[in-house]
Ligand binder design. Structure first.
Ligand code: SF4
Ligand code: SF4
Length: 98
């Protein structure tokens, strides 16, 4: 039987931190939604790693509940670009917050 040599840590504990971690800043993005282009497919809401996006209760002129940033999540976007990459209608993009 192979004995595992792993420390018994919870999921939130970091047991080895990069020595230069303080030199790096977590990226932050600002989300822009072109509401009229959104077709409510929810790809972006499903794949955003930080669960930043949700469907609005309002609709665009085509009757779709376009996406918006969740209340309280305005600073949670990490500018990963997943939403703008996956959107089939070019209805969402992000810009970096400096
Ligand atoms: S850029 Fe990434 S973190 Fe920001 S809203 Fe899009 S998928 Fe979410
Ligand atoms: S992926 Fe694009 S079309 Fe689909 S819900 Fe998101 S913004 Fe709207």
């Amino acid at each position: 039987m192979i004995k595992e040599n792993k420390p018994n840590l919870s999921q939130d504990e970091i047991w080895r931190e990069p020595v230069n971690l303080a030199l790096f800043r977590k990226p932050q993005g600002k989300v822009h939604v072109i509401a009229e282009r959104c077709k409510e497919c929810n790809y972006c809401t499903n794949y955003c790693p930080n669960e930043v996006l949700e469907r609005s209760t309002n609709t665009n002129s085509h009757g779709y509940h376009y996406v918006q940033v969740k209340a309280g999540k305005e600073s949670s976007c990490v500018n990963c670009g997943m939403c703008q990459t996956i959107c089939p209608d070019f209805a969402i993009f992000v810009t970096e917050v400096q």
